[in-house]
Design a protein around this ligand. Structure first.
Ligand code: ZN
Length: 184
């Protein structure tokens, strides 16, 4: 998904590089069709990232980086953080507290049915700070839902929380447009 939050992550990465700040990019695996481990934005910037699998222990991952003798990353940038498990969010928090690394997670609050993602729920519970990236619906209101659209443009309310598909499947809309899209 080439989204505003991914563009923000890549901008942060770029700023770190300019200032010589060590960081790594990480991303939960959801779409195995991606051959390369990259975080990509619509404006053409991309950065290599490490995959996070469902069973990846992120505390261990940071431990190995810190104790491995290489460049110690001061910052971890996590894309699509809504797909982390609650356990992995706890592992990141543990790494922050134990090793003093900084973690920025970029992700969606809720799924296409307006329910919290597991990773997002845990982040809301234990993150030090939460910043909302605001965007505007076509109608001018604030976007609330990342709506999943059918081929005819209807807003879908059934299906798996994570569907593998192209960008055209999703659109950020306000709550009103979301409801009216269902009732079309
Ligand atoms: Zn709207």
């Amino acid at each position: 998904m080439g989204s505003a939050k991914t563009a923000m992550l890549l901008t942060t990465a770029y700023n770190f590089e300019e200032r010589g700040v060590a960081y790594i990019c990480l991303k939960p695996v959801t779409d195995t069709r991606d051959a390369r481990n990259v975080i990509r934005s619509r404006i053409g910037i991309e950065r290599e990232c490490s995959w996070i699998y469902n069973n990846t222990d992120l505390y261990d991952l940071v431990s190995h980086l810190v104790d491995g003798g290489g460049t110690r990353p001061g910052w971890l940038l996590v894309d699509e953080a809504q797909f982390l498990t609650a356990r992995q969010v706890d592992q990141l928090a543990h790494a922050v507290d134990e090793y003093g690394v900084n973690v920025i997670c970029y992700g969606l609050r809720t799924d296409f049915r307006t329910h919290l993602f597991e990773g997002s729920r845990r982040l809301f519970e234990i993150a030090d700070t939460i910043d909302e990236i605001k965007s505007t619906c076509d109608c001018g209101r604030k976007t609330i839902v990342n709506a999943r659209l059918g081929e005819d443009g209807h807003v879908l309310t059934e299906g798996a929380q994570v569907a593998i598909g192209g960008n055209e499947l999703y659109k950020s809309v306000c709550r009103k447009c979301w409801r009216e899209g269902i009732e079309l």
